[in-house]
Design a protein. Structure first.
Length: 329
């Protein structure tokens, strides 16, 4: 099958410095290309769009936010390949009104949260739930020996309880909360890109948090040396992350206890229990952190294995086939 991917295909994303939509786009394109003919086009470079027509794709898969501008650009792009069927992934939609469906109505929208499903449904779009994936072969649980060796490598005390968060250093993610759990017995580690909010960065460092702003090539090591993962972003802060944060999936794949708000599509995609806890307030975060430190039976990896990339790509291939058959009919 011939598939054209359209998204934020510029430089390959690093492990910490790029937003989730870009990571998802690169990972899907890379894995699908192993079994199909594919081409990648950057939506922000209109001069490159002309590459799509001679390729003659059967499917155009847009992996955008999307935003209003993104939908408009997608509509214009389809003029180059009017015969192709269209799929839109919406991992982090930013649409002020469902009426924007007048811009672009693809054959299928891949949604994550119930809210996004409702929004695109009102636009008259066919929708299907497809989650983000995680590399379950890369993100593995660390043995006690591995954990100690990695702590020595990164100059982290062996006897502290390590709390991890991975993502951009911005206020909307509510990571300033983490300064309140940093003390002599807890080491907070935040891995993110160079801060857009320098004041927030200074506050976190001043509180004793370990803030890594350079690219961490082996980000899986940060999970392996940690004891717990916290995702404190309020559900109301839409746009602070993609609707199924990759870091939550990665932490679960490493079988860490995960304490998270009910952000985006997390409650839809993941069942609570086995070390995965949903909280509704900062007081709940403190309480569940105490429980995690006291010791829990953790089986978060088992809960995230269905979202391994092989399974997600398999679902996408089925979708591509269904849509292509519809066109042929």
């Amino acid at each position: 099958m011939k598939i054209c991917f359209v998204g934020h295909y510029t430089a390959r994303p690093d492990n910490t410095g790029d937003l989730g939509t870009k990571h998802v786009g690169f990972e899907i394109a890379r894995r699908v290309s192993e079994r199909h003919q594919t081409i990648e086009i950057n939506i922000r470079e209109p001069l490159s769009w002309r590459r799509a027509k001679p390729f003659q794709p059967q499917i155009i898969h847009f992996i955008l936010g999307p935003s209003t501008l993104g939908l408009l650009a997608a509509r214009l792009f389809t003029l180059y390949c009017s015969e192709a069927r269209t799929v839109l992934s919406a991992p982090n939609p930013d649409l002020p009104s469902w009426r924007l469906g007048a811009f672009f109505r693809p054959n299928l929208v891949l949604v994550q949260s119930y809210e996004s499903e409702s929004t695109f449904g009102k636009m008259g779009c066919n929708t299907r739930f497809v989650p983000n994936g995680v590399d379950v072969e890369r993100f593995l649980p660390g043995s006690p020996l591995t954990k100690m060796q990695l702590r020595e490598k990164y100059a982290i005390r062996r006897d502290v309880f390590v709390i991890l968060h991975v993502g951009p250093i911005i206020k909307r993610r509510n990571i300033e909360f983490l300064k309140n759990v940093q003390d002599a017995n807890h080491q907070v580690i935040i891995v993110g890109r160079m801060p857009a909010d320098k004041q927030l960065h200074q506050v976190l460092v001043g509180a004793g948090c370990m803030v890594l702003t350079d690219c961490v090539e082996h980000i899986e090591e940060m999970y392996a040396l940690s004891d717990c993962y916290i995702f404190p972003t309020p559900a109301a802060n839409k746009g602070a992350s993609i609707e199924i944060p990759l870091s939550v999936l990665e932490a679960m794949s490493c079988n860490l206890p995960v304490i998270t708000t009910r952000f985006g599509a997390l409650p839809r995609a993941l069942e609570e229990g086995g070390g995965l806890v949903f909280v509704d307030s900062e007081d709940d975060l403190f309480q569940e952190l105490t429980r995690a430190q006291q010791g829990l039976e953790v089986r978060t990896r088992d809960r995230v294995l269905p979202y391994g990339w092989d399974n997600v790509i398999g679902s996408l291939e089925e979708i591509y086939g269904e849509i292509a058959e519809t066109r042929a009919a």
